[in-house]
Design a protein around this ligand. Sequence first.
Ligand code: ZN
Length: 210
Amino acid sequence: MFRYIGVAALVVMALLLEACAPKSQSDCGFVQNVYGERVSWKADVPVTMYLHDSVPNEFIPAIVSAAQTWERKSGRRLFNIVTTPRVSGPNQPRTDGKNVIYFMNTWETEKASEQARTTILWTGDQIRETDIRVNAKVDPETSKPFFSFYWNQGTGSGVNIEALILHEMGHVLGLKHNDAGGSVMATYLKNNDDRTELSEQDTTDLKCEY
Ligand SMILES: [Zn+2]
């Protein structure tokens, strides 16, 4: 008898929780929270992004250009790229209330094939902080970087840094991976792939939140 009462009480509690939970939304390509709501910056744009000392000057135009590509499609100012002053201190992402791009000289050995990673901190359905880390680790055996980066269409050999940053900025905005239809949010970026324009789907997804 006692056991039944316990179960009934749990069911009532679960129903109450469900009644209070926000309505779930279609994902539109965005990360969703436990309630199925899209996670994004909402009206809190432009997102101010800082550059750590480790970001090579030569790649600043690529970073600015990637930000502008997202903005062109949304028709809104989405990013405020702060090129000066730089963020100094340890080359290690930290929870400091700032969105920062790092070119890391350390990377987990078991994830050596990962070109970059973006971490997102959110509460509810609101993004609070993001950090982009680019894998600029040097291979101790060859003394060469695992990835060489270039920018400007068709000029280099290696990873197009604008395409890479464009993808990571999609994560900053809240977008998740999309391996269909030439999306810039595809999981993998091949060498010498100058993928610097959003797909139709990317633009449609973007407009769900921005
Ligand atoms: Zn990704």
